[in-house]
Write a protein that binds this ligand. Sequence first.
Ligand code: MG
Length: 228
Amino acid sequence: MHVLFFDIDGTLINTGGSGVESLRLAFSEVFACPPPDAIPTSGRTDRGIARDLFQSRQIANSEENWLRFHAAYIRHLREQLPLRPGRVLPGVVRLLDELAARRHVALGLLTGNVEEAAWLKLQHFGLDHHFAFGGFGERSGERNAVAEDALAAARQALNGGVHPDRLWVIGDTPLDVQCARHIGAQAVAVATGLHDRADLTRAAPDLLLDDFSQPGVFLQRLDEAKAA
Ligand SMILES: [Mg+2]
């Protein structure tokens, strides 16, 4: 069994800015002050983003503040997703359909989104049914910890049938490549997010794609590795 962990934002979908807008709206509402102009989110976890937002306005990074912020964020995200021109990224639907037809492949998530936001986003774009388990962004500010959680979730979901040589992480940022290495996975980078080919090349992924409009390259690599 090959286990593929997919990032969400910039890899499967682009939410048209509804994620960042919801973070802004939630922050203003809960803490009654504006968030900073720039909120770096690419490749980061929601918990890490919240920690930095709190710090920028001298707000305690307490569990209580986190939970209030989280609840407001989810509520705004539910409202914002249908209002913005988001889209599924090129070739993703076909790629996921092709992968679903392969019995030696299991699909999971490895995302900085908190779990509720991850499923909301995927449901909005009709992609949630492809994924059964994952690592999410509420526990830690560090993506490597999310990768550890994703791997643990895969082991549980697949009854331990996870081979360390058959792990893949698919994402759009150098941090996705980095966390793939952390769990010994192969890294597939796709330049459909904020990072261009040059950025991603420096991160030295095993495979670098402009997008998934030609999924054959990745599928062939996976099928060749099937018997490995
Ligand atoms: Mg991403």
